[in-house]
Structures are given as C-alpha cells and as structure tokens.
Design a protein. Structure first.
Length: 428
C-alpha cells in the first residue's frame, strides 16, 4: 500500500511542478503541453511494480459501468466542441462586446452585467471556454476604457467556477462525479440548483465588497466596438447546443446515455456546419479551428489518473480515506475535504479520487458536496484547477499583475464563504 500511495503522490506532485515550471514544450511555433506526462509515468511505474496488469487496466477502461472514463471523455469533448464552435463563430466575443458596450460609463453596471453574462453562458456551455474567451477581451476593454481590469477578471473567473455547478455539463468534474454514481441530468439539476444559487449570491456579494472602491472610479477612454458574429453559423451552433441540453434533460426518460446524446448532437452540428461552409464557399477553416481547440491533453491526463485511482482502490487506500471521512457529518466533511484537496491535487485528480471514495462511504450528500468542492475549490488558489493555471498564464501575457499570493488572498476571501453557503444550500 505504501509504495502505491508514494508513486501516486509523486506523480501528482511532479504534475504540479510541470504545470508551473514547464507546462509545455515548443515544437516550431506549436506549444505542446506535457503536464500529463507525470501521471502517465506513474502508471508505467505501477505496471513495472506489478501492482496492476495491462489486462486489469483494459478491463477498467472498458467496463460497462457508469464511471467508464471513455464515455465520460466522449461527453466532455462533445460539449467542449459545441462550445468552441460557437466561440469560433464569434458568439462569445459578440456577447462580451455587447454587454460591455451597453453598460455605458458606470463601472458598477459593467461589473454586474459582466458577472451575469458569464454566469448564464457558463451554465449552458463550459466554464473553461468562457474564461479563456472572455479574459483577453476584458483586458483589451479595460485598456481602452482606462480602468483596472482586475475586478472584472476576478469576477469572470469566480462566476464561471461558481455557476458551473448548476448543470452536469458545466465542468468535467461534475460529469465524472455524477457519472460515477449513475446520476442523470435531471436528478443532478434538482439537487444542485439551490446550492448553486446560494453560492452565486454569496460570491457576487463578496466580489462587490472586495472591489467596491475600485468600481467607484470613473471610466476614461472609450469602449471598443462590438465585434460582429457569423449569424447563420451561430444560429446552427445555438440550435445544436439547446437541442442537446433539452435531450440531456430528458435522457433518463428516453433511456439514452448522456454521452451518446452529446456525441450525436456534436457530430450532427459539424456535419451541418461543413455543408453550410462549403455552400457558402468559405472552406473549412472555422470547422478546423474549432476541432483543433479541443484539449486533447485531457485524454492521457484523465485516463492515467483513473488508473492511479484504480491502484489506490486495489490496495485499500480509497477505502481507508472513506472510513476516515465517514460518519462525521458527510456534507460538510466531504465538502471541506474535496475543497482543500482540489488545491493539493488539482480538481480533476481530486474528483477521480472522490468518485471512488464516495462509492465506499457516504451517501449522495457526500457526492454532491464533492462536486461543490471541485468547482469552488478552483478559485481558492491557482492550483485548484487547470483553467486557473492557464488563466494566470494568460494574465501574464496580457501584462496584468496578479501574484500567487494575491490570487490566494482574494480567492480565500471569496471561496470560503461561498463554499459554506453552497453546503448550507445542499443541506437544505
């Protein structure tokens, strides 16, 4: 048991070192991420040690269970490709520009408008896509309007990682944890709606409290023009996304798995879009750009973390952790543990681990508490989520100064009361 636990911890520690020190290597003009290499090497070490065999790994990856990682990855990538398509068609940029332009010269109105826009988009798309799309536009807008971008950037990041709890599709951690217990779209939404509202109201109140003085400063300069969007392409993308969400809601009633529904709508969208682009004689640049933005590095990352947890489960580590957390007020115990461990392991490895832990101990309250911890833990420190690490890198590229310490100070002030409010909502 000790050797397996040591290998797993070293793999995660090495991954975090790579994420912060050497997240990618450059081949020509292309940056290739390598953070996933550490957990993959951890799996190789377990194979060499004889802890797991190729047969056991193959059986685990292809098992007809709710936690099958291949089906989870299909669901995740299908929803991601629906979002990247809309982004490439200009939908997110248009909406960001429209919201900021309509807010006028009052910073408080702009701040509220931005928070609401990011929140609504995140609920129906993906927190990572929204964050990565809005960030450069906020920096550009703030420079032109001669205002401090930090309140808006923090509000965007917090909103995306708070309202991503509302639907199962908002965060890959939601998908993994819910699938591990066979929770369908409708059941998840019913349970998580109130905790998300509690968390959203609390996080917004804390943001206003923290940045109230900065938001009183007048705006100078001028707002940038609203960027145009490709209306026919956006219409097709929105129709596919809304149709997919509706079918996911009723998936349990029509006895269709969520991964299959998402995959079908994704394939249908790209087929229709391909025909549309060719008919308009525009080539397939938009299609290719959308597909190339898919985060393929998530595949070896999730699969290797799944195998590491398989090994931990085989030697009894997850059962031991489950017994340690069990019987202590599961909602607050599992919520606090997932919230903190997301910032030690990162939220995706934590979710893979807690899928196994909650299966060994705790009821559905423990599962949903872990979902909350995986989302809100993302803005306690930059280590809480890969999106946070990428976000910090984007800020450096944009010339926005935000240190690890300042991120954590702001994050703690917002995430701790938000986490408490969400758990109270879950308890109710």
């Amino acid at each position: 048991m000790t050797a397996v636990l040591l290998v797993s911890l070293l793999a995660v520690a090495a991954m975090l070192v790579l994420v912060f020190c050497k997240p990618a290597v450059h081949v020509g003009h292309t940056a290739i991420s390598i953070f996933w290499a550490a957990p993959v090497l951890g799996v190789v070490a377990l194979l060499v040690m004889g802890t797991l065999s190729f047969g056991e790994i193959g059986a685990g990856l292809t098992a007809e269970t709710a936690v099958n990682p291949l089906k989870i990855l299909v669901l995740f990538f299908s929803m991601t490709l629906l979002s990247t398509f809309l982004d490439e068609a200009g939908f997110f940029r248009f909406l960001a520009g429209f919201v900021m332009r309509r807010a006028g010269s009052r910073q408080t109105v702009l701040f509220i408008s931005l928070y609401l826009a990011v929140s609504v988009l995140t609920v129906f798309t993906s927190n990572d896509i929204v964050v990565l799309t809005f960030t450069p536009f906020i920096c550009y807008f703030a420079k032109n309007a001669e205002i401090d971008p930090l309140p808006y950037l923090v509000a965007e990041f917090v909103a995306a990682n708070t309202w991503s709890m509302a639907l199962i599709i908002g965060n890959p951690t939601n998908i993994y944890l819910a699938a591990s217990h066979g929770v369908d779209f409708a059941a998840y939404t019913v349970e998580m709606l109130l905790p998300t509202v509690f968390a959203g109201v609390t996080s917004f109140a804390m943001l206003l409290l923290l940045f109230r003085k900065k938001l009183k400063a007048p705006m100078g300069g001028r707002a940038p023009d609203v960027l145009p969007m490709d209306i026919p392409t956006v219409a097709v993308g929105l129709a596919a996304l809304l149709g997919c969400v509706v079918m996911l809601v009723v998936s349990s009633y029509v006895n269709l798995p969520m991964w299959l529904i998402a995959a079908a709508f994704c394939v249908l969208l790209y087929l229709i879009a391909t025909v549309l682009e060719l008919c308009r004689r525009r080539g397939l640049r938009l299609i290719l750009r959308s597909v190339l933005r898919a985060p393929l590095d998530v595949i070896p990352f999730v699969l290797s973390m799944f195998v590491l947890v398989m090994a931990l489960e085989k030697v009894g580590v997850t059962a031991g952790l489950a017994s340690l957390l069990a019987g202590r007020g599961e909602i607050f115990t599992f919520g606090a543990a997932s919230f903190l461990l997301a910032n030690v392991l990162n939220n995706i490895p934590m979710s893979v681990l807690f899928a196994s832990v909650t299966a060994n101990a705790g009821g559905m309250g423990a599962l949903y508490a872990a979902v909350i911890g995986s989302n809100i833990g993302a803005f306690l420190t930059p280590m809480g989520a890969l999106a946070g690490i990428m976000w910090m890198a984007m800020l450096r590229e944009q010339g926005v100064a935000l240190s690890f310490g300042r991120f954590t100070a702001i994050g703690a002030a917002i995430s701790v009361p938000t986490m408490a409010a969400a758990l109270v909502g879950l308890l109710l």
